[in-house]
Ligand binder design. Sequence first.
Ligand SMILES: [Zn+2]
Length: 479
Amino acid sequence: MSSVHRYKLGQISKVTLAFFSMTILFQNCSNQGFDSVNTINPTIAGTVVTPTNPTTPPVPPVTPPTSNPPPTQNPPATDGNLLGCTTAADCKKKEQDAQLILGQTNQTTATNCFADKSSNACLFFKNPVASKGSLFPTVANNSMDLSSYQNFAVNLDPASYEVATGCLKNSTYRIRTDITWTATTVTVNDACFPGLDFKVPYRNDTTFRLAAVMAHHYLNFQKTFMLNWTGHWYSSGKNIEVLSYIAKPSYDNNAAFSGDTATGSGLIFMGGFKTNINPVGALQETALSAEVYLHEAGHGNVFFAANAIEDHTKNIACGSSGKSLCCDTYKGCFRAINEGLADYHALIMFPKNTAIGESLVNNVDGFLEGTLRRNYSKLGALLPQEVYSSPAGTVVDGEIHILGRIWGSIWYEARLAANSQIGARGVRSIDKVFSAHLAALTGDDDFLSACQKSIALANSTDGGLVAAILTAECARRGF
Ligand SMILES: [Zn+2]
């Protein structure tokens, strides 16, 4: 039932060349092993390069937190936590509100999803660790049986897939699987589920089918939610190819978005996490972690919102990659803003579960870059000066993924403040301003100018409801 499409590598390369190579999940800034720069070399068609790691500089002292207290880390396995709910009654009400906003009143949860006749897909809530509610004894991988943790029971939105074939594609996302890559040709297949049975138990999963269903549901859910919640989803209708698992070593331990200015479309690539984790070759597909591709989709959202920004005047080359993957000062640059806003895209969906990558590395605080893990509940006190120069142990000054935490944290902390001071209305107003600011960014922006633009937008949104909150949060970081 699946259709096969072949790409000449030159076409992939063309996509890559059209934008600033690829927007990747990591730079070479980790001491935990997932540190390769998996980006297509723009000068060689389809070739993937992996630079060596520069020396790690000394670690600066870390300032104690002075930020808003972190939210309670007990996300209900429902949509309720999309709105930052705290109590059962609060969650019920906000879930009803969210379902109204989303138009997804068909979502359910089940203790045994596979026996639940009211759902047609059994997912991990966010990722295997979040769904389980605790770490695994060792990093989970596809040689294990994790099906008992697939407790997020959903009905995939029939508008999101091709009903006649069960293929997971629509005008915004096309999920691909069974991907093989030779020296000259990439072969991909649509992910299709005849009979519309999307329930795939993750049990010795060597065909990566659950990865496809996970990617499909969360990406489309994000698109629908953001469009209804904030009024914008800029990549709607852009026919983005989603390669849900690439069995190619160069894509191990990473994920990427690549925009194509020539076709007005884009690609999301996902590999599997292996290095230092599963030495015998087993893996955990990146696509099992929703927050990772919600981040990548965030890059896509700003790519289409801001007309594919290509000039990055405050970016500089750094490390061994020779690419513009650092900012010239602690005040930031577009690419750091891009990394932070990409993380915030994931935080909007999982506001009480703020780690990025916790299942892939089996650590509740997510990815380790330098000495900083990527968990926004613990980054509220971060100042840009602290993380710019020898940023917390990373390998180069001003690396965009680490410095970018400042931008993600400004929005996350503003969201927490809006929730405590105003409630759900304030949270929504913050997200509306966030969504609007994507279209106002340019390649010349740094944190200060992006703050100024965002505050101006906040003044003109909902009667200036959250303008003071955003102003205060920017000021607290020095902008
Ligand atoms: Zn990124």
